[in-house]
Design a protein around this ligand. Structure first.
Ligand code: SF4
Ligand code: F3S
Ligand code: FES
Length: 253
């Protein structure tokens, strides 16, 4: 007969090791620099940390002058789009374990908008294009007293994808046409026009289609798909642009 004891095994905690990651950040201080410059920082990180955590550690522990935007830290506000290893992403959604940490990680501001300081750009030209497409519901008739404007599921589905935009500018600032011609409306403005053009409750679609049927409108798009690849919300940006082009040619379906 066995006399072995049946004590529960001791719980063992396996600590996840941290490691040092080198970040090379493109810095620019308008009061001190004539040109942007690259600066290295070594940061102790865990695999589940995000690039935003690294920026916080640098700012809090190494250089308080590092300047970047962020608010929600959870992929909702759209304020921390930046170029990470040459690709537009949200710093708060980019995990260290998803990057190649055997090499330094390059971080710089999004391209095509005026650089203000370090990772911060002037977003005003981006929001000016957004405002120009009239991104709000316009209905000429009032709903029945005490009733809502009814929309069925199929009609809502028509523009569901483009409702997900968080105005982060990752798409517009990854577009080569926008880089060479800051006058182009850019994919984000077109996405937000799409959201209302295909809304069955709105009756100003033609106004927006006329605005985008412009030399700086949808016809500048060369279908390079950078915008779709960059979108952190997974919006099919290029498809939305193509639907707006078709609506200009054939009218709102
Ligand atoms: Fe950002 Fe996507 Fe909206 Fe472009 S379409 S602004 S990438 S959320
Ligand atoms: Fe630019 Fe996207 Fe068209 S990257 S060219 S807007 S497909
Ligand atoms: Fe809000 Fe990243 S901080 S989306």
């Amino acid at each position: 007969m066995s006399t072995a004891t049946t004590d529960a095994p001791e719980a063992t905690e396996t600590a996840v090791p941290s490691f040092t990651v080198t970040f090379i950040i493109r810095r620019f201080d308008p009061d001190a620099d004539s040109e942007p410059r690259w600066q290295d920082f070594d940061v102790e990180m865990f695999p589940t940390d995000r690039v935003l955590d690294a920026l916080h550690k640098i700012k809090w522990e190494q250089d308080g002058s590092l300047t970047f935007r962020r608010s929600c830290a959870h992929g909702i506000c759209g304020s921390d789009a930046m170029r990470i290893n040459g690709r537009n992403r949200l710093a708060c959604k980019t995990l260290i374990k998803d990057l190649d940490i055997s090499k330094p990680i390059y971080v710089e501001a999004i391209k095509g908008l005026p650089l203000e300081k370090d990772l911060v750009v002037d977003m005003e030209p981006f929001f000016a294009s957004f405002r120009e497409v009239q991104p709000f519901l316009q209905a000429s008739t009032a709903p029945e007293a005490g009733k809502e404007r009814i929309q069925d599921v199929v009609a809502r589905e028509r523009f569901d994808d483009t409702t997900k935009c968080i105005l982060c500018a990752a798409c517009t600032t990854s577009c080569p046409v926008f880089w060479t011609d800051g006058q182009y409306f850019g994919p984000a403005a077109i996405v937000n026009a799409h959201r209302f053009i295909f809304d069955s409750r709105d009756d100003q679609a033609q106004v927006r289609l006329d605005i985008l049927n412009d030399k700086e409108g949808v016809w500048r798009c060369r279908t390079t798909f950078n915008c779709s690849d960059a979108c952190p919300r997974g919006i099919e940006v290029t498809k939305a642009i193509s639907e707006v082009k078709q609506a200009i040619m054939r009218g709102k379906p």
